[in-house]
Design a protein around this ligand. Sequence first.
Ligand SMILES: *Cc1c(COP(=O)(O)O)cnc(C)c1O
Length: 399
Amino acid sequence: MNSTVSVPYARVDCSGNEMAYVREVLESGWLTTASKTHALEGAFRSMIGCGHAIAVNSCTSALHLALDACGIGPGDAVLLPSLTFTATAEVVRYMGADPLLVDVDPDTGCLDRSIVASALEHHPTVKAVIAVHYGGYPILMHGPDGLATLCRERGIRLVSDAAHALPARRDDEYVGRAGDVTCLSFYANKTMTTGEGGMLLTDDDEIAARAKLMRLHGIDRDVWNRFIDSKNAWEYDVLAPGFKYNMPDINAAVGLAQFERLEGMRSAREACAAFYLKHLSNVPGLRLFVTDVPSGDHAWHLFPIVLTEEAAVSRNDAIKALAERGVGTSVHYKPIHQLTYYRERYGLTAETFPETEKIWRGCLSLPIYNLLSDRELRHVVESVIDIVSPGYDQLCLAN
Ligand SMILES: *Cc1c(COP(=O)(O)O)cnc(C)c1O
């Protein structure tokens, strides 16, 4: 075992035009939202093929704007998976609405049509669904088994929390085309970063207009721009008590450089995933999520593994042992139903979420990013097998 190898859980790659574009912004003297942000929005509109791309300062902001634009209000029920980051649930509370947490498909870690359909039998008044494309797996949206099809049939709003799913595709369509709104994250360790940032994607003109209005204090910029010539330049009007969610150009500059390498970084992560799948698929004590989409369609933001009862160690001990060998890991996620605020406010118990519980008890996420070397990947695989399933034949790694 090579103890000199150290593999951090994540590494940020700013090796492209990041520095040059940020310099342009700093030298321009205009640091907040302007041409770089507009360029990033344009880049997303043309890549995804959606009518509107609205840059904001986080995915959390995008989700908040999405629910607001979908008309979610006090007392409304919004269905979402318990297996997600806390942001997915908190935005529901921002609106005074209540999160209705459900279990996930154990194969994908995601919601699907049948899970949502059976939840709706018990809760027919649900106003919206937030679907999380866990790990970057693109949820099936169209056709008779599609989630977007179901939501359309029932007149329920569908918001995608696609914080993991850039750039993921399904049936020749980018995640971001289906449903009412899709929200992306450009947080530091996501599939592309602006430091902090996010993007709201939609084809719906009314949703887009409301989100743009609320993104910047409720100031109607379009109206303001239209009258700017005939009115005093300092004057503006406010149509609603909006938020301060716009993306500064410094961040957009980083994003434009990252965007240029988006597909390259994705395929490098896919190569990491292929290596893990090849060497970890049949290891006793380990379960991997299904990847039943064509090569190229998965965003591969995470590579979660789930330790089963056959594993030689508990998840927590595996994390410690991996850290001792220099392998950084993370956990996605401690489910929402276990977090004090939600557990106490909604009286949630673990028995309601058997699949999420199994994932939570055994899950840890392995490093997956474009800067991982073959040697590092090999070290991760050897360490995982050694810790979880000592004695398992590793001969396949010799070549
Ligand atoms: C990271 C993440 C968010 C929040 O993204 P920010 O840009 O940090 O606000 C929301 N949902 C999921 C599933 C995430 O992983």
